[in-house]
Design a protein around this ligand. Structure first.
Ligand code: WT7
Length: 646
């Protein structure tokens, strides 16, 4: 691994909120007296009724309970909107850049306030009440932010489902959340192609049952079937709604949103985040990690369907009164230089994207980047997966002209906000390292037995204490929450990631150590892809593992055993790929499928994934002990028929 170090420049240490001395002082204070520290930080948002209790958290597996600011009363939309009207009503809140470069829009804080109030009134008119779950299945249009904030305003709980998910995946999420209301669009638009969102929502509603209302935002104007009584066009309802709507009084621990994410087993789980602690943490990290100052133009390229979009397009920036850019399109449309062109067009100062995007844009060479100015850029960010030093260096040198620090931010859907990251005025940078913990975060490295390791070491990453943005439970299944995160290493939150800590105390995340694959920064459970494959009538068994992929970070490698009577073929391979796309969504498409007459199993029938992983990774010399296999002969066949990477 690269051990190159980039020191903090004096320009940065003098202009940033936090320099190294301040970091050390604040970090020590946050650990020494979390109640005093977070009690003070909680004041960065407005409370209708101030809290008197700051922290009440337990990681004890017999009694996992996480509460922050528990007797405080506030409202997230109030904090993102009303609070700013007096001082920045005319300031741009959202810059929207369409898929088509000729389409864009600027929405001020006052306009945003009015749009959100109207949206909230539409939801109310459709019967939505405090505590109800609303599923949002929208493209990257301003209405996605309006809908989220409208839910927050009236105390409804949103569940945003990424527009790339299939009707089946959407149906599962609607059902699990018990949503009776779905907000969608006629069609989405990405890279010049239309996405049939309303048709997908219809199919999902048929499958899930219980959907009483579908609110359809017009994006393309394409004609879509509307079921009378159930379906309404948003614009037709909104035009008659008042631009005022009272913000509901919410307890700090009332749910704000559910976001589904893949785990190592079973169906995706509904990660539940609540109101007060989440907002405090999203706002604070957004301010300090990106060193956000008034007037800065900030762009996070994520989709609102992922947690990055929740915390760092919508809630963190808007709570801070920032100008946040929302991009509907993709990095390579209409040209491979689109990101850099948008940066110049809107004078973006802070740019936050994913390693997979950087790696794919790197392939097009420097020219598309260099023909843009990017003079407005001051800070670059990375999120979603480990960034390889080569991509880091390219991002730094080519995109940032050797001038912009890179914050490599490690966190998870579950953590609500960034936990391990450099602060640009405080932390020297090592390409590939997420560096140091944010305030209040207590990372520990443990070995397989849970022994806490000291100094420079490598093992599994756990967190020894709570932070305000932490998820509170798995929606509807608290036991699964406890089992997934607190049972492996009793008393600690287990991240599922491996990591190395170097002699400077810097953290290097090495990737998932469970059966989760990180494909282009998106989490995919191997079990989910397997169950999609075995649902195909010609498949009898499937085992899915990750393997290193040049662009995606990890690719999906599927070993498939066919039912007797069916023969492997290229056609069948394509059929299976399309099948998985249809069952889950394009992000779950297997990159490589190997037809295998048998899978390596123990005598008790358990598939030995370790061996499958090694073969997919091309590490045959290193298969480990295969003597416990029921039929060691299958291994030779698997090696002989290994699919070539890329
Ligand atoms: C997993 C969480 C957090 C928002 C996007 C992904 C990996 C995330 C980094 C990073 C190394 C990273 C981890 C983590 N990950 N950021 N900077 N360096 N790995 O959220 O879908 O919940 O996935 O993404 O493996 O556990 P997510």
């Amino acid at each position: 691994m690269s051990e190159k170090v980039y020191d903090v420049t004096t320009e940065w240490s003098s202009r940033a909120y936090i320099d190294d001395a301040k970091y050390r002082e604040m970090y020590a204070a946050s650990l020494k007296d979390p109640v005093a520290f977070w009690g003070e930080e909680g004041k960065r948002i407005h409370w209708f009724t101030p809290y008197t209790k700051v922290k009440n958290t337990s990681f004890d597996p017999h009694n996992v309970s996480i509460k922050w600011y528990e007797d405080g009363v506030t409202n997230v939309a109030y904090n993102c909107l009303d609070r700013h009207l007096a001082t920045r009503g005319d300031q741009v809140a959202i810059i929207w850049e369409g898929d088509n470069p000729d389409e864009d829009k600027k929405i001020t804080y006052r306009e945003l306030y009015e749009e959100v109030c109207r949206f909230a009134n539409v939801l109310k008119a459709r019967g939505v009440k405090k505590g109800d779950r609303v599923t949002i299945y929208l493209p990257m249009i301003p209405e996605a932010a309006y809908a989220m904030l409208a839910c927050a305003r009236i105390g409804a709980v949103h569940s945003v489902v990424f527009g790339g998910f299939s009707p089946d995946s959407l149906a599962g999420r609607i059902e699990d959340a018990g949503s009776t209301v779905v907000v969608t669009a006629d069609e989405g638009l990405r890279g010049g192609r239309k996405v049939p969102l309303k048709l997908n929502a219809d199919a999902a509603a048929d499958r899930a049952g219980g959907v009483e209302s579908i609110i359809v935002v017009r994006r393309t104007g394409g004609s879509v079937p509307m079921r009378s009584g159930r379906d309404v066009f948003y614009d037709e309802m909104a035009k008659n709604m008042p631009a005022e709507c009272a913000a509901a009084e919410m307890n700090a621990e009332d749910p704000l949103f559910i976001l589904y994410t893949s785990g190592s087993t079973g169906k995706p789980k509904g990660v539940l985040h609540t109101t007060g602690g989440y907002l405090v943490y999203a706002a604070m990290t957004h301010q300090y990690v990106f060193d956000y100052h008034d007037g800065d133009i900030y762009w996070c390229t994520a989709d609102v369907g992922w947690v990055t979009g929740h915390s760092y397009i919508v809630y963190g920036p808007l709570a801070n009164g920032a100008t946040t850019l929302m991009f509907e399109g993709v990095p390579n449309y209409p040209t491979i230089g689109r990101f850099w062109e948008v940066i110049d067009k809107h004078k973006v100062n802070i740019f936050y994207t994913a390693p997979t995007a950087i790696r794919s844009l790197m392939q097009a060479g420097e020219e598309p980047v260099k023909k843009t100015s990017r003079a407005s850029l001051r800070l670059l960010g990375s999120v979603g997966e480990p960034i390889n030093p080569e991509a880091w260096e390219w991002y730094h040198r080519v995109v940032g002209d050797d001038r912009c620090p890179i914050v490599d931010t490690w966190w998870q859907t579950e953590t609500g906000g960034i936990l391990i990251t450099p602060l640009p005025g405080a932390t020297k940078l090592k390409p590939g390292s997420a560096t140091r913990p944010f305030f209040g975060v207590v990372p520990e490295v443990v070995d397989a037995n849970g022994l806490v390791l000291d100094g420079a070491c490598e093992g599994n990453l756990v967190l020894a204490d709570s932070w305000p943005g932490q998820m509170r439970t798995v929606y509807g299944d608290h036991d699964r929450f406890v089992q997934t995160y607190f049972a492996t290493y009793a008393g600690k939150y287990f991240t599922g990631d491996g990591c190395r800590r170097d002699a400077d105390g810097f953290y290097w995340i090495t990737g998932r150590v469970d059966d989760v694959i990180n494909v282009s920064g998106h989490r995919m459970g191997t079990a989910e892809v397997e169950s999609a494959l075995v649902a195909h009538p010609k498949v009898s068994e499937a085992a899915v593992v990750g393997y290193p992929h040049d662009i995606k970070g990890q690719g999906i490698y599927a070993y498939v055993t066919l039912m007797s009577g069916f023969e492997p073929s290229e056609e069948l391979r394509k059929e299976l790929v399309n099948w998985v796309r249809k069952e889950i969504g394009p992000i779950a498409s297997p990159d490589l499928i190997q037809f295998a007459p048998g899978l390596p199993k123990t005598r008790s029938g358990k598939i030995m994934r370790r061996i499958l992983r090694k073969i997919a990774e091309d590490e045959f010399g290193n298969l480990g002990d295969t003597s416990t296999l029921a039929d060691p002969g299958v291994v030779d066949d698997l090696i002989g028929n290994r699919q070539n990477r890329r």
